[in-house]
Design a protein around this ligand. Structure first.
Ligand SMILES: NC(=O)c1ccc[n+]([C@@H]2O[C@H](COP(=O)([O-])OP(=O)(O)OC[C@H]3O[C@@H](n4cnc5c(N)ncnc54)[C@H](OP(=O)(O)O)[C@@H]3O)[C@@H](O)[C@H]2O)c1
Length: 334
C-alpha cells in the first residue's frame, strides 16, 4: 500500500487508515470478534493507521484496539484522542450524549496515561485534541501535549475540528502533524480556509467520515433501518426529507461509479484520496468485506474529466441538513 506523509515531522502512514469508532459506538450492533478480525485483515493488507479515541465507547474502543494490536505493535501507527466528555448512555438504548470538552493541561496528562494503559502500549504515535476547549487557551493544551512528546509518551500531535486561528496558534507551540476533520463528497467545509492553511504550514489532513457515515456507500435506504441506539437517528442529514433528498446525491454517485465498474463507496474514497498526497482518509468499518472493498479504492484512478463531472454533479454545500445535531455543531471550533 502507498505510504503518505503527515506533516513535516516525519510521520508516515498507509494512504488509507481504518476508523475503529463504529466497532464500539454510534453505529448500531457490535461484534468484537469480527471487529478484531477486521483490524488484523487491515494490517495484513498494509493498512497500518488505526484511529480511535477515549471518547469512543467511551473507553471501550481503545480497549478493543489494544486487544487487537497485542503482539503486533510494531506494525501499527496508533492514533487516539482526548478532550470530549460523554454522559452515561441513555436508559433504554441510545448513545451516551456528548456533554462537554476539557483541554486543561492536567487533564491532557491524565487522559494520555489512561489511553496508554487501555491500548496496552507505552507510546501513542499520533495524539489529537478531539475538540478545542474554548475555556482553555490552545497554547496551554498543546503545551501539555508537547511535554508528553518530550517525555516519549507521544510521537506526533494532531487537532480535530480546530479553527484556522487555533491551528496557527497551536502550530506555533509545537509542530502539528495532522488535522482530523470531516471531509467527503458531501462535506467540503475544509476546502475554503482550512486546507490552504494546512498546506501553508505543512500539516496533513485526515478526513473522518469519508463515506458520509455510510450514506455515500448507497447501502442505507431509510432512517427506519437504523437500530434504536444508532447515533445517525439524531443526525439531521439522516432524518426525514433530508434523507430522501440526500438519496438523490447517492444516485448520482452510483451512476458515475457504475460507469467505472466500482461501488459508490469506492468512488467516494477515491475522490478523497485524489485531493492530495497530504490527505489520508480513515473510513470506518467493523466488517472485513467492507474493509477489502474500501482498500481496493486506493487503486482507483479518477481522470481530470471525471473529476470535473463529479464536482459539477456534487458541488460544495449540496448535502441537505447539517452534519451534526445542534448540540454537537456548537462544539466545532469555527
Ligand atoms: N474527529 C472526529 O470528531 C471524528 C468524528 C467521527 C469519526 N471519526 C473517526 O473517523 C472514522 C471514520 O468515520 P465514520 O466511521 O464516522 O464514517 P465513515 O467512514 O464515513 O462511514 C462508516 C460507516 O460506513 C459503513 N461502511 C464502511 N465501508 C462500507 C462499505 N464498503 N459498504 C457499505 N458500508 C460501509 C460502516 O459500516 P459498518 O460499521 O457496519 O462496517 C459504517 O456504518 C471513525 O471510525 C472515527 O475513528 C472522527
Amino acid at each position: 500500500m502507498e505510504q503518505r506523509k503527515l506533516g513535516t515531522q516525519g510521520l508516515m502512514v498507509s494512504a488509507q487508515g481504518l476508523g475503529c469508532m463504529g466497532m464500539s459506538d454510534f453505529y448500531g450492533t457490535r461484534d468484537e470478534a469480527e471487529s478484531i478480525a477486521t483490524i488484523h485483515r487491515a494490517l495484513d493488507l498494509g493498512v497500518n493507521f488505526l484511529d480511535t479515541s477515549d471518547a469512543y465507547g467511551p473507553f471501550t474502543n481503545e480497549e478493543l484496539v489494544g486487544k487487537a494490536i497485542k503482539g503486533r505493535r510494531e506494525r501499527v501507527i496508533v492514533a487516539t484522542k482526548f478532550g470530549i466528555l460523554r454522559d452515561k448512555p441513555v436508559t433504554g438504548g441510545g448513545w451516551a450524549p456528548v456533554i462537554g470538552i476539557n483541554g486543561r493541561p492536567e487533564y491532557v496528562r491524565a487522559c494520555c496515561e489512561a489511553s496508554l494503559s487501555r491500548l496496552g502500549i507505552d507510546c501513542i504515535d499520533l495524539y489529537y485534541q478531539h475538540r478545542v476547549d474554548p475555556e482553555v487557551p490552545i497554547e496551554d493544551t498543546v503545551g501539555a501535549m508537547a511535554e508528553l512528546v518530550r517525555e516519549g509518551k507521544v510521537r506526533y500531535l494532531g487537532l480535530s475540528e480546530a479553527s484556522v486561528q487555533n491551528i496557527r496558534r497551536a502550530h506555533a507551540v509545537h509542530p502539528i502533524s495532522a488535522l482530523q476533520n470531516e471531509y467527503s463528497l458531501w462535506t467540503r467545509d475544509p476546502e475554503d480556509a482550512v486546507l490552504p492553511l494546512l498546506r501553508e504550514l505543512g500539516i496533513g489532513l485526515v478526513p473522518y467520515s469519508p463515506l458520509g457515515r455510510g450514506f455515500l456507500t448507497g447501502t442505507l435506504k431509510s432512517p427506519a433501518d437504523f437500530a434504536a441506539d444508532d447515533y445517525r437517528r439524531n443526525s439531521p442529514r439522516f432524518q426525514g426529507e433530508n434523507f430522501t433528498k440526500n438519496l438523490e446525491l447517492v444516485d448520482l454517485i452510483r451512476k458515475m461509479a457504475e460507469r467505472k465498474g466500482i461501488t459508490p463507496g469506492q468512488l467516494a474514497l477515491a475522490w478523497v484520496l485524489a485531493q492530495g498526497e497530504d490527505i489520508v482518509p480513515i473510513p470506518g468499518t467493523k466488517h472485513r468485506k467492507y474493509l477489502e472493498e474500501n482498500v481496493a479504492a486506493c487503486a482507483v484512478v479518477i481522470s481530470d474529466e471525471e473529476m470535473r463531472e463529479i464536482t459539477a454533479a456534487l458541488p460544495a454545500g449540496v448535502a441537505s441538513g447539517e452534519r451534526y445535531p445542534e448540540s454537537m455543531m456548537k462544539l466545532l471550533n469555527r
